[in-house]
Ligand binder design. Structure first.
Ligand SMILES: Nc1ncnc2c1ncn2[C@@H]1O[C@H](COP(=O)(O)OP(=O)(O)OP(=O)(O)O)[C@@H](O)[C@H]1O
Ligand SMILES: [Mg+2]
Length: 299
């Protein structure tokens, strides 16, 4: 409580202009206000935390009971949390989920099915040539088509398919100085996957995404969403992931392996929920607001 009032902050990205981002924040504000929490939405452009001489200081950390962090700026999230502001999701969960390779590493060794994946080599200088052996080695690890991804990306934009050596080489050249990965293509799931939304470690909504024109089923790339009841095994895997990564809220993308077995594609700590609210009829913002309220105020 701040001056006897329940107060919350919603931080959104400093630059992003997307309508989805604004409506997501407005929906959360609406539901938190309904619970009696004074809520402000701010762009994460105020340099709200910094290292000053030998100390980390923040001019907002004590102004709010908690912050719904709808951004991926992991320097500010770590500094705000260290300065004492409680974040949803917590900094570490945001940091791990923002990096696809980091997510696979964090989930490895826990019986969570994931596609075979290897991280791309680190290249410091763009003028360094890609050696023939390197391409041979990737071809030795995966059969074509090969999925190639930027570790940092969303909405399917940083996800590519190499159908032959020429395309692989072109992608390796394009991405060599960026964090990237090579991944087994789950062809049984081309053009369809499932987005599972979890709040407080529990599945609250789910949608099947299908594309007639692309192996990627992202709605932003023209995929269609429809209501979907996830099989029990898929639910269990998603709930385990939310627990392992300490996620209060997340959207998990699940692929269909042979026989429909679930294969985890990625975990989004800031998944947009407008589409899934429409398709599933579930009030995701309300579920998330109530979860946070219970955790912070214990009521
Ligand atoms: N290994 C794979 N095999 C088959 N299809 C895949 C594979 N990886 C990704 N896809 C398809 O590409 C889409 C985008 O990939 P992914 O979810 O990894 O990236 P993204 O851009 O981060 O997406 P988001 O917007 O959900 O954050 C997936 O929803 C899925 O349809
Ligand atoms: Mg995805």
């Amino acid at each position: 409580m701040v001056n006897g009032r329940k107060k919350a902050l919603i931080l959104i990205n400093a630059y992003l202009q997307s309508e989805s981002q604004f409506s997501q924040a407005e929906r959360m504000k609406e539901e938190l206000l309904a619970l009696g929490v004074d809520t402000e939405i701010k762009r994460n452009d105020g340099f709200f935390a910094m290292i000053d001489k030998d100390k980390l200081r923040s001019n907002i950390a004590n102004e709010y009971d908690f912050c719904v962090y709808f951004d991926k700026d992991k320097y500010t999230s770590e500094m705000l949390e260290k300065a004492g502001l409680r974040l949803f999701n917590c900094h570490e969960a945001i940091r791990v989920c923002d990096d696809k390779m980091q997510t696979y590493i964090a989930l490895s060794g826990k019986n969570i099915p994931m596609p075979k994946t290897v991280s791309g080599l680190l290249c410091y200088h763009a003028d360094e040539p890609i050696r023939k052996e390197t391409v041979d080695r990737v071809e030795g690890l995966f059969a074509y088509p090969i999925v190639v991804k930027e570790c940092f990306g969303s909405q399917g934009k940083g996800v590519y398919l190499a159908r032959n050596r020429k395309e692989l080489l072109a992608l390796m050249e394009k991405l060599k100085c960026k964090p990237h990965l090579f991944q087994e293509a789950v062809q049984t799931s081309f053009g369809k996957d499932v987005r599972v939304i979890l709040v407080g470690g529990k599945v609250v909504a789910c949608m099947l995404r299908q594309s007639q024109t692309d192996f990627r089923s992202n709605i932003e790339l023209g995929g269609e969403g429809s209501a979907y009841e996830p099989p029990f095994q898929m639910q269990l895997i998603c709930e385990q992931i939310a627990k392992e990564l300490d996620l209060d809220y997340c959207g998990i993308d699940v692929l269909f392996g042979r026989g429909g077995t679930p294969i985890v594609c990625e975990v989004n700590s800031n998944a947009f929920f407008a589409g899934i609210e429409r398709v599933s009829g579930v009030n995701v913002a309300k579920a998330y607001a109530e979860h946070i309220y219970k955790k912070v105020y214990g009521e």
